[in-house]
Design a binder for this molecule. Structure first.
Ligand SMILES: [Zn+2]
Ligand SMILES: [Zn+2]
Length: 141
């Protein structure tokens, strides 16, 4: 099964086109580290750049999520950069319960299966997010 590492590649990437100034700052903050960040942690890091209002961060996170550039890890209430090209409805993550490391997986068969089952139920899906919890390679060793 093909999968990509969210961590190492992300820092070298350029912010996507079509973002607001605040969205770019939030994107860059997430790109600078490997770990998922909560909204208040992003705010903390942006204080030096003149961001004071939590709403500024929330709005930028909403915008980035809507455009498919970041994902929310519900179980951690934190955000990570998407490592796929373009928005995708089915999102799959490996979430380490020991060190909070998160890796986004590409699971084509899982995505096709979910979309097919949802379609058969005549349900209009917004997002499906699967958090696979356990220990990452480093923590399991
Ligand atoms: Zn993604
Ligand atoms: Zn770990």
């Amino acid at each position: 099964m093909a999968h990509q590492d969210l961590g190492s590649g992300a820092a070298a990437r350029m912010a996507p086109a079509g973002l607001s100034k605040n969205e770019i700052m939030v994107w860059e903050t997430l790109a600078a580290g490997d770990d998922p960040l909560k909204a208040y942690e992003i705010l903390d890091q942006l204080k030096d750049r003149g961001v004071r209002a939590p709403m500024t961060v929330y709005r930028a996170l909403d915008g980035l999520e809507g455009k498919g550039h970041i994902h929310k890890i519900d179980g951690m209430n934190a955000f990570v950069l998407c490592n796929h090209e373009g928005p995708h409805l089915v999102q799959t993550f490996l979430v380490c319960e020991s060190c909070s490391n998160v890796k986004e997986l590409e699971m084509v068969a899982v995505e096709a299966g979910i979309l097919d089952a949802v379609r058969k139920s005549s349900f209009e899906m917004n997002t499906a997010r699967l958090e696979i919890k356990g220990d990452c390679e480093a923590c399991a060793a």
